[in-house]
Design a binder for this molecule. Structure first.
Ligand code: PGA
Length: 252
């Protein structure tokens, strides 16, 4: 059985006190809601990681970073390494988010280095990819997604995928209020699984969790998560409110 996962990407929101409060609220709700099967992850900013780890310590909520550098240390002003993340108890990192690709010029080649570094340090990765609106309009979405996955991940040994969660996030649906329909999500997730199967075989393809991201909300999560190849969600805006986030966690 594939893992069901709901991860909250807080992006550049919440200061230290706000993050601590939200992390505690999420941990409390997950505990009280007796969530057992769904893996719950929150990703605050670097500043709040240590406090979020502490705030969720007695719960099953895990804390992820939103980014990292591929080197372990050195003259890289403003960057954070896997070693630093692990030193505060963070073992998961989001890589390849469309905002990193678009606003910070992260390329497939750079992401390959980050993926390799994260795996070398035994981190888990939530690897994001997805097409922009123009690609969707021209019917190129599958070719784009296939190329993003192949370039960053297909040099890996099959065993590496034990530590990788995939997140399909159509860029036109992120923060726009526009969501891929459950059918569009399913169609793409099935394509992603087929792409994995072609390279690594069916067993591996069937073992990797593929999350949907892009304006996932309490009102649409249940329908999207009900699709056979959708194993959960990467949630932005709706992860900033504990009630909304919890009702998405509870949507399975
Ligand atoms: P959104 O963001 O839920 O606000 O659309 C999703 C994401 O960027 O991961």
């Amino acid at each position: 059985m594939r893992k069901q996962i709901v991860a909250g990407n807080w992006k550049m929101n919440n200061d230290l006190a706000e993050s601590k409060k939200l992390a505690k609220q999420v941990a409390k709700k997950v505990k009280e809601g007796k969530i057992k099967d769904t893996k719950v992850i929150i990703a605050p900013t670097f500043v709040s990681l240590a406090s979020a780890v502490k705030a969720t310590k007695k719960s099953r909520v895990k804390v992820a970073a939103q980014n990292m550098h591929f080197e372990e240390s050195g003259a890289f002003t403003g960057e954070i390494s896997t070693k630093m993340l692990k030193s505060v108890g963070v073992k998961t990192v989001i890589l390849g988010h469309s905002e990193r690709r678009e606003y910070f010029g992260e390329t497939d080649a750079l992401l390959t280095k980050k993926v390799d570094a994260a795996l070398a340090h035994k981190m888990n990765i939530i690897f994001c990819f997805g097409e922009v609106l123009a690609d969707r309009k021209s019917g190129n979405q599958e070719a784009i997604v296939e190329s993003q996955i192949k370039k960053a991940l297909f040099h890996l040994e099959a065993s590496a995928f034990k530590n990788i969660i995939l997140a399909y996030e159509p860029v036109w649906a992120i923060g726009t209020g526009e969501t891929a329909s459950p059918e569009q999500a399913q169609e793409m997730h099935a394509f992603i699984r087929k792409t994995l199967a072609n390279k690594y075989g069916n067993d591996l393809a069937n073992s990797v969790s593929i999350l949907y991201g892009g304006s996932c909300k309490p009102t649409n999560a249940k329908e999207i998560f009900s699709k056979p190849d959708v194993d959960g969600g990467l949630i932005g805006g709706a992860a900033l409110n504990a009630d909304d986030f919890f009702s998405i966690v509870n949507a399975f």
